[in-house]
Ligand binder design. Structure first.
Ligand code: ATP
Length: 316
């Protein structure tokens, strides 16, 4: 069985240690923590013991090294991560507000992630992929969309599959080129992983049932709707399955959706029932939110089994 491959940004996150607003005064920070939605996703795939690879780019600096060492340690093939001596690995500074919101300072504009390109190493990894996971956050980068759109037909032709986590800001859909890129991917999606308003944004339907029907009619085979602490729901032609979330104390929500998606996908590829896949994915998401740092809460199956045995679930 082929590797799960994703394409997209790698960065580090540096976090404020106190709740509050922004970075206008000197304060104690912690980090760097490995980050980037595609990186968190693929780290979780690797931790579950499934073959995994990422196509990306970092700078020749400690922030790049922190990521590459972590991904390698967790079993991810990083042979298609280009190291650019002339560019820095991007960073994001985050501070949580008392109301649960977040303030960010991003250093991404000229970062190495903007130089992701269709290198020979990327071609080699994509040529042997059994599954491509597409992250919406990277699609506006032309080289990323180029690789995604070229790989999808090739992967499908050899019996592989595609998942799609839109992971977007609304503005991306207002841009006609951005909207076309999203539609191209959606039309080829076997497993769609929206959360919150993304379901209505992509279906054009405000009502949940109609939104699901529209996406299934458009050819999406399975939809898993992430519902935060309430858990998740799975939809396909055969019906619907809801599994409630686990009751945990949320310390840092970043990365929950990515580790959730990776876990659902791997469990599904291992042939587990939809209900078991949702339970494992909810557990992975819940573990992620209990730990500071977006990739610090990724889990092995042994860790998920122990967590599931020890943690209460919310009301259905
Ligand atoms: P993000 O963009 O923050 O990575 P998301 O919006 O894609 O996440 P969420 O629905 O927030 O997705 O979280 C994904 C999954 O993680 C949920 O479906 C749930 O299983 C789990 N999860 C998230 N937050 C919590 C929480 N506070 N308590 C328990 N489980 C949670």
């Amino acid at each position: 069985e082929g590797k799960i491959v994703t394409i997209g940004e790698i960065l580090v996150e540096i976090m404020a240690t106190t709740l509050g607003h922004g970075f206008l005064e000197a304060q104690t920070l912690i980090g760097p923590f490995p980050s980037g939605a595609p990186a968190i996703f693929i780290d979780q795939v690797g931790k579950l013991g499934h073959p995994a690879a990422i196509v990306s780019a970092v700078g020749d600096d400690d922030f790049g090294t922190v990521n590459l060492e972590r991904l390698k340690q967790d079993g991810v093939d990083v042979s298609a991560v280009a190291i650019h001596p002339g560019a820095a690995t991007g960073s994001a500074f985050v501070r949580y507000r008392p109301d649960g919101g977040r303030d960010f300072v991003f250093n991404m504009r000229d970062s190495a992630a903007g130089r992701i390109a269709a290198t020979p190493e990327a071609g080699a990894v994509l040529a042997e992929a059994g599954h491509l996971h597409v992250m919406g956050s990277g699609l506006p980068v032309p080289a990323v969309f180029g690789m995604v759109s070229a790989s999808i037909p090739a992967i499908k032709a050899r019996g592989g599959t595609v998942s799609f986590d839109p992971n977007i800001r609304v503005e991306m859909l207002r841009d006609p080129a951005g909207k076309a890129a999203f539609q191209t991917v959606l039309a080829a999606t076997d497993l769609f992983l929206p959360s919150g308003e993304e379901l209505s944004l992509f279906s054009g339907e405000a009502d949940e049932g109609r939104a699901i029907a529209a996406l299934l009619d458009a050819g999406v085979k399975e939809i898993v709707l992430k519902r935060g602490k309430a858990g998740a729901s799975h939809f396909d032609r055969d019906g619907r399955t809801d599994v409630p979330g686990f009751i945990v104390e949320e310390i840092d929500p970043t990365g929950a959706g990515d580790s959730f998606g990776a876990t659902f996908l791997v469990a599904r590829r291992l042939g587990k029932s939809v209900e078991d896949c949702l339970r494992y994915a909810n557990a992975a998401g819940a573990r992620t939110v209990t730990v500071k740092g977006p990739m610090e809460g990724t889990s092995s199956f042994a860790e998920l089994d122990a967590f599931i045995a020890a943690t209460p679930v919310g009301a259905a």
